[in-house]
Design a protein around this ligand. Sequence first.
Ligand code: GDP
Length: 364
Amino acid sequence: MKLGIVGLPNVGKSTLFNAITKAGAESANYPFCTIEPNVGIVAVPDERLDTLTKMYNPDKTTPTVIEFVDIAGLVKGASKGEGLGNKFLSHIREVDAIVHVVRCFEDSNIVHVDGSIGPKRDIETINLELIFSDLEMIDRRIDRTKKLLKSGDKKFQIEMELYESIKAHLESGKPVRSMSFDQEQQQLVEQLFLITLKPVLYAANVSEEDLSSLDSNRFLAELKEVAAEENSEVMVICAKIEEEIAQLEDEEKEDFLEAMGLEESGLDKLIKASYKILGLISYLTAGQQEVRAWTITNGTKAPQAAGKIHSDFERGFIRAEIVAYDDLINCGSYTVAKEKGLVRSEGKEYVMHDGDVTLFRFNV
Ligand code: GDP
């Protein structure tokens, strides 16, 4: 899963990205990822892994990870190729969701590209560039479909109507994610690779001082209003503090958070919120060798979940032996859970739940 960090210059993107890379998962554990300078990989925090590690005492514990891509350089005019505009837009097209950092802190030493702090205006500036870019995509698709229409196939007529409605929506300055589609349309729309279809999480970057008095931050209030209009979520961070926290050892980190009166770091909150907007859940595997979390989309069936581990597991899937995490913990061990009949045998149609502790049976 990949998240793109966007926002105007000087809003705190690099500061947040630095926090992410410093907190980063040991890259040695993830040989499948080629890490580019603008990509940071972080472990998805999951207390359940710690508890299972105590129970199983495995050789290693492997969290599931999420990738953040720092997409700098998005400025007014990017869609017209200004700055390095189009190159950045193509990076955004590849991510699963967008974290849009919005400046909600005042600091006269740090210039704002438009001279003053203004979350609504800032969001509109970025969103307009993304909308322009999508308009270009949809125009190209409309041109192509026009030619296909000559074949007389009704299917293209239906497609054309859909594309025209998307175009009109974009022209009214709105993102495609605020439209609703039926299943058939949804499939077509997903093939368009539209940026404004991707879910967005607004990250309000507030000052250190404001963290304890969020109610009086009028910039945050303004941002929340804009986000509510498009049904997007807002979370508050202080990028500067995150950068500091990320450099601390685990124990120091806990003390620091406690002193700040925080339950968890903003980064952990950000990762969890990203998981939520992407509709992701984790299932767990536990044994003497490894305790591990695996990311799947909510609604994934057992064989496809098995395929995350290895394609052979999916191909040769026989059944899954599953115990809910809470049941396992309440029983104290897998053996007791089994005796109590809490380890279920599930087949091909089983829809996985968050926290399913799973053992797959398969043919090779
Ligand atoms: P980017 O251009 O969006 O990547 O912005 P940067 O991360 O480079 O931040 C621009 C400036 O704002 C830097 O000098 C940061 O130290 C400062 N900055 C970032 N986050 C905060 C914050 O939460 N509070 C304050 N006071 N300054 C911040």
